[in-house]
Ligand binder design. Structure first.
Ligand SMILES: NC(=O)NCCC[C@H](N)C(=O)O
Length: 282
């Protein structure tokens, strides 16, 4: 998940979030569509500067504000894309946008998660090339995890489900990727108190070194201090304003680039990882 980022799907906040009602989407009081759009542009510039090619999803004012969080409606494997099934009802139309993009790009579709199964991309963590961890919580359920295992096991990939806590409740967004961000093949930024214990043990067994994000910054940011996007091993994009977490990553050898994201990420519960769907790394 940290190999050099070559191609990524994004969707413009300027159109998708225009006129969004914060209450309806469970966004915080800091949400401001105009500022969110500008902050999203700044993220896109950092992503492009890293050398990754951005493929923009079909850009319409369709009122799907959360569709900017392109990490969640699909997952890309070495064997094709998996079209996912959303746990948040308001996001149900989004996987179709991703499917259309994959068809346009000529990327094969390996399969899909079907209701009542649910899996969101933010719950999926590649621990290594043949091990996929999925957080079982309010966004991804056992039926979805089983469907994912049925799709991937024939390709030699083991799929493991790990229980997540309820934390801030079922309306809020807590994904497995809310408590871990890979930084390199053998290095990850974590908020250990919310990591499923068996997942923590798996990471240790696999020899993955863990960098602890600052706990106060995690609480103050609603978890967004931890949501960092690796554009290459040891090179990450993070939300500005969390110097202790940035220093912990730098002490582990990382270069950290930041962008202001109060109106986009802190308010809307999704960081730079959530705003990008990697299609090609390596
Ligand atoms: N992968 C992620 O953590 N995505 C964040 C999604 C935020 C969005 N407002 C949601 O509730 O689904």
């Amino acid at each position: 998940m940290a190999a050099p980022l070559r191609r990524v799907l994004m969707r413009r906040a300027a159109s998708a979030m225009r006129g969004a009602d914060a209450k309806h989407w469970h966004y915080g009081p800091g949400f401001d569509a105009g500022r969110a759009a500008a902050q999203h542009e700044a993220l896109a510039e950092l992503v492009a500067a890293s050398g990754a090619e951005i493929t923009w999803l079909d850009d319409k004012e369709d009122g799907l504000a959360d569709s900017v969080f392109t990490h969640d409606p699909s997952l890309v494997t070495d064997h094709g894309a998996v079209i996912l099934s959303m746990g948040k009802v308001l996001r149900e139309p989004e996987p179709a946008l991703h499917e259309a993009a994959y068809r346009r790009l000529g990327i094969p579709i390996l399969g899909r998660i079907e209701a009542p199964g649910q899996v969101e991309g933010g719950d999926c963590v590649w621990v290594d090339r043949t091990t996929l961890a999925i957080g079982r919580g309010v966004r991804s359920n056992q039926a979805g995890i089983q469907q994912m295992a049925n799709l991937l096991t024939p390709h030699g990939i083991s799929v493991y489900g790990f229980d997540l806590p309820l934390w801030h409740g079922e309306e809020a967004c807590l994904h497995l990727m809310s408590v871990i961000s890979p930084l390199a093949d053998d290095l990850a930024l974590v908020h250990a108190p919310l990591l499923p214990a068996p997942f923590y043990q798996m990471l240790k067994t696999k020899g993955i070194r863990l960098v602890e994000g600052d706990a106060d910054e995690f609480s103050a940011s609603n978890g967004l201090s931890l949501n960092v996007l690796p554009t290459a091993p040891y090179e990450v994009i993070a939300v500005a304003g969390f110097p202790k977490t940035a220093a912990a990553m730098e002490a582990a050898g990382c270069t950290v680039k930041t962008f202001a994201a109060d109106a986009l990420c802190i308010a809307c519960e999704g960081g730079p990882t959530c705003l990008t769907r990697p299609v090609l790394r390596g």
